[in-house]
Design a protein around this ligand. Structure first.
Ligand SMILES: C[S@@+](CC[C@H](N)C(=O)[O-])C[C@H]1O[C@@H](n2cnc3c(N)ncnc32)[C@H](O)[C@@H]1O
Length: 211
């Protein structure tokens, strides 16, 4: 599915950023959205963080601001070129999240924001397996993404907006993703534990899993 707007939003950063600002109003704005997956993560200077599917560095900047040592990985050279300009303090690697070209046990945190919904179910499993491999034992995977809204008033009010957003900007993988049980998937690939927190009538989920 999706429309030409999807390609345009990847081509023009101002459009991507504008849509992000609009889409994150439900959780109190973009800054709030970017920091949701950081709740519960120690603010240790030098914390080794891998920002998987980092895009143009939208959340990478927030990790850097917390004093983390960040590596951003993305498949898109154009996004990485932008990230290098937007957040020069981080290191960057081009590659696929399902085949991370980095050694085992390299990171204390693996983060991904607004990207897992772009993956097929096979990719999703491979990415979680790879996140587990590059995390040191006891490290944390922390991810924020869409989720199917619940039946509360807030969830019902937000559902039409989310559907419109997904129809205009997302691929069919996002429709399947909102029903995936990420907690169970994390546990099934070997994470010791996993927990989910939902926001904005269930339309946004944070999943944190311990390696
Ligand atoms: C919707 S953007 C999210 C960017 C950023 N994390 C954010 O929160 O705005 C998804 C990003 O995932 C990247 N991507 C998609 N599939 C990928 C894959 N298999 N491996 C690595 N990056 C991928 C895209 O290039 C894009 O930059």
């Amino acid at each position: 599915m999706a429309t030409v707007l999807r390609d345009l939003s990847y081509r023009y950063q101002w459009l991507y950023d504008g849509v992000s600002r609009l889409a994150t109003l439900a959780v109190g704005g973009e800054s709030q959205f970017r920091q949701l997956p950081m709740v519960g993560v120690p603010e240790t200077p030098g914390l080794r963080v891998l920002d998987l599917c980092c895009g143009s560095g939208q959340t990478t900047a927030f990790w850097v601001a917390r004093g983390a040592t960040v590596t951003g990985l993305d498949a898109s050279p154009r996004s990485l070129d932008r990230a290098k300009v937007n957040v020069p303090e981080a290191d960057y690697v081009q590659g696929f999240a399902e085949e991370i070209p980095l050694p085992d046990n390299s990171f204390q945190v693996v983060h991904t924001s607004a990207a897992l919904h772009e993956m097929t179910s096979d990719q999703l499993r491979q990415i979680l397996q790879e996140a587990l491999r590059v995390l040191e034992p006891g490290g944390m995977l922390t991810t924020v993404d869409f989720h199917r809204p619940d039946s509360t008033v807030t969830g019902r009010l937000l559902w039409p907006g989310l559907m419109t957003f997904m129809a205009l900007f997302e691929t069919e993988t996002s429709w399947a993703f909102i029903d995936v049980d990420l907690v169970e998937l994390c546990k099934s690939v070997g994470f010791r534990s996993a927990e989910q927190r939902c926001y904005a009538g269930g339309s946004v989920q944070v999943v944190q899993a311990i390696a």
